[in-house]
Design a protein around this ligand. Structure first.
Ligand code: FAD
Ligand code: DHB
Length: 423
């Protein structure tokens, strides 16, 4: 028997229930705009996928203004800086003193759960576990999405606009014809091996460590869970890295035993290898299809920008779609791609710069350049301020950027109020 075809209608069809899709549906709902979210994975999978962990202060301000910052404030941790280190040296960069801003440690898993709960409470329509998602009639004012629901039904979802929030491998990016887009990309000659461990963090703030054996990063998720990364060869087989080898490499690269500092170890509960890539596609729009987050751009993880860029994109997009659908004013929608790409390129440069400065290439000349660069960043106010400004992120013009269609978003011009770091 042929599957039934269901037909539905909404204002904004959102593809992808990652941070970009969920936050967009939430911001739109605050403006009274209806959306439907379709997602290939199960909700459990999306909510337990271990990914990013650092939120810029403007992302935090956005989440709070949107009413989804309560748990973040309660269980997240504010970080006023990071440590930058190389063999024999560890320097603290004080973000609050240098840039007047901080970052927050809050796992993407937690943020995804908060957004999911907020959308449940508002009666959001979700379709998890879908397949064969496709977009159609992007140049008409009645574009639509088709997909097969988890129970096999064929569904057609008509909309005014489609938001492609489906990450780097979804159908939205691929739906933009090659002749209508420009792409910039770089693949880096290293990967990260990331672990999650039941171990209390050995540090108050993140440690970014340059080492001739390769980069290491000590991050965390809570007072009892650490998140750590090691630079490894691309194509690394995780089976070649038993737990003992991972802890040994982390201890060496992070400086266990130096000046009495100790790396606390524990049971490893998750292990994965991440490739490192920069990718930007422009424009971030094709007809009535708007791309946001990883669907339009990917950054290497060094510098923790991916999730923050996704949040910044959808803040702009929600505002633009509100003006377009409620006030029949398409100026912000027309400017969306150019406006978003300014921040995307700043973060793309910063991620590339951090990646290039921190990862060992095996070339002695590169190593000397990296060490002099690190020395300059750590010991010059100008160098340290540059890193601090970029790491904490460009300030948002306002906490509710999506609700003011009449002003241009500021970029690096408006300072956020000075914060004090919680103990
Ligand atoms: P995603 O989170 O990728 O969400 C896209 C969603 O679309 C997914 O749920 C996907 O299942 C869904 N989808 C895909 N195809 C379809 C389809 N055909 N139909 C319907 N739905 C579809 N950033 C950091 O800052 N720090 C980190 O440590 C870090 N680690 C990462 C580790 C990994 C393995 C990856 C992949 C990314 C990591 N990132 C990290 C980047 C960060 O997690 C992303 O930038 C962020 O998730 C972007 O959010 P998004 O909503 O745009 O995309
Ligand atoms: C984390 C990941 C990063 O890429 C980074 O630069 C900082 C923190 C993390 O997963 O905690």
């Amino acid at each position: 028997m042929l599957p039934l075809t269901d037909r539905m209608r909404t204002e904004v069809a959102i593809i992808g229930a990652g941070p970009a899709g969920l936050l967009l549906s939430h911001l739109l709902a605050l403006e009274g705009i209806e959306s439907v979210v379709v997602e290939t994975r199960s909700r459990e999978y999306v909510e337990s996928r271990i990914r990013a962990g650092i939120l810029e202060s403007s992302t935090v301000a956005l989440l709070e203004a949107a009413g989804v910052g309560e748990r973040l404030r309660a269980v997240g941790e504010e970080h006023c800086g990071i440590y930058l280190q190389w063999p024999g040296e560890r320097h603290h960069l004080d973000f609050l003193g240098l840039a007047g801003r901080t970052v927050w440690m809050y796992g993407q898993t937690e943020l995804t759960r908060d957004l999911g709960r907020a959308r449940d409470a508002a009666g959001q329509r979700f379709y998890y576990g879908v397949s064969a998602t496709a977009v159609h009639d992007l140049h008409s004012d009645r574009p639509y999405v088709t997909f097969q629901a988890f129970d096999g039904r064929e569904v057609r979802l008509d909309a005014d606009v489609i938001a492609g929030c489906d990450g780097a491998h979804g159908p939205s990016r691929a739906a933009v014809p090659v002749t209508a887009r420009q792409v910039w990309e770089r693949t880096y000659p290293y990967s990260w091996l990331g672990i999650l461990a039941d171990a209390a963090p050995s540090t108050d703030h993140l440690i970014y460590a340059w080492h001739p054996d390769g980069f290491a990063l000590h991050s965390m998720r809570s007072r009892t869970v650490s998140r750590l990364y090691l630079q490894v060869e691309p194509g690394t087989d995780i089976a070649d890295w038993p737990d003992d080898r991972i802890w040994e490499a982390l201890a060496t690269r992070l400086g266990h035993g130096q000046d009495g500092w100790k790396l606390i170890t524990g049971r490893i509960t998750e292990k994965s290898v991440l490739p490192m890539r920069s990718y930007v596609m422009a424009p971030m729009r094709h007809g009535r299809l708007f791309l946001a987050g990883d669907a339009a751009h990917t950054v290497p993880p060094t510098g923790a920008k991916g999730l923050n860029l996704a949040a910044a994109d959808v803040a702009l997009l929600a505002r633009a779609l509100t003006a377009m659908l409620r006030e029949h004013d398409s100026r912000l929608a027309d400017a969306y791609s150019d406006t978003a790409l300014r921040r995307v390129w700043r973060s793309t440069h910063f991620s590339w710069w951090m990646t290039t400065m921190m990862h060992s290439t095996g070339d002695p000349f590169d190593a000397q350049l990296q060490l002099t660069q690190l020395d300059w960043v750590a010991n010059s106010t100008a160098g340290a301020t540059g890193l601090a400004e970029n790491y904490t992120g460009p300030p948002s013009a306002r906490a509710e950027p999506w609700s003011r269609p009449d002003d241009t978003p500021a970029f690096g011009r408006v300072a956020l109020p000075r914060l004090t770091c919680s103990p």
